[in-house]
Design a protein around this ligand. Structure first.
Ligand code: GLY
Ligand code: MN
Length: 221
């Protein structure tokens, strides 16, 4: 299978696995319960994990590669970051949900991340210099942009972090056939982490999002 088809399939598996996990949400008490179920959903679909699944409740999401724990899922943001690997090709996908009812401020923070992510994705096509994507992310995140301690995105391929590089001083140029992840976030120590990430295929005059899943803030009970 070629790279685009494999990652498209991996993206579909990500969405299916997440839908199944959310449907069963009431059965889970800890981050580890969730990651265990989610990983099984990926493997059931004959894929491997692209990297260890991150499930991070509340303040745990401040840690970028949080390892799921047995502590109880708390009210607040709940971050999922995972990826399926199909035929040796990776995908990378994050969604942040809310357990309970978000305050106006929490809804606002989520909306900033979502808008920044959509702003970055909108501009994607071959010929774009990757530092321009970072710039769009910085503008989108506004005063929260300094809280983002990782790159706004990265290439995805045989490795989950592959070429091209996407950061403020990067000068890689996107070309058709590249697959990249776009992942802005807002992180507040001892409080929360919000990240929205999609894997996107670059085309000559545009792009195709390979990880299809709604981005409106979904509240879980
Ligand atoms: N989604 C994991 C990472 O980009 O590091
Ligand atoms: Mn990523």
């Amino acid at each position: 299978m070629d790279k685009a088809s494999a990652i498209r399939k991996a993206g579909k598996i990500n969405s299916e696995a997440l839908v199944e996990t959310i449907r069963r949400f009431r059965d889970f008490k800890t981050e580890k319960d969730i990651s265990g179920f989610l990983n099984k959903q990926i493997k059931k679909r004959k894929a491997k994990l692209a990297f260890p699944t991150i499930i991070a409740s509340g303040k745990n999401a401040f840690e970028l590669h949080h390892k799921p724990t047995r502590s109880k899922i708390k009210k607040g943001f709940l971050l999922f970051d995972f990826g399926a690997n199909v035929g040796g090709w990776c995908s990378d996908f994050s969604r942040t949900f809310f357990v309970g009812a978000p305050s106006k401020k929490e809804k606002q923070l989520y909306k900033i991340v979502r808008t920044a992510q959509e702003r970055c994705i909108r501009m994607l096509k071959s010929g774009i210099i990757t530092s321009n994507i970072d710039h769009a992310g910085v503008i989108g995140l506004g005063k929260y942009s300094p809280t983002l301690k990782h790159a706004i995105g990265h290439g995805v391929g045989r490795k989950v972090h592959d070429k091209p590089a996407i950061y403020s001083r990067a000068c890689d140029v996107l070309k058709a056939g590249d697959v990249i992840a776009i992942e802005p976030g807002i992180y507040i120590k001892n409080k929360l982490g919000i990240r929205i990430e999609d894997t996107v295929l670059i085309k000559k005059n545009g792009h195709e999002v390979l990880t299809k899943f709604p981005k409106k803030l979904i509240c879980l009970k």
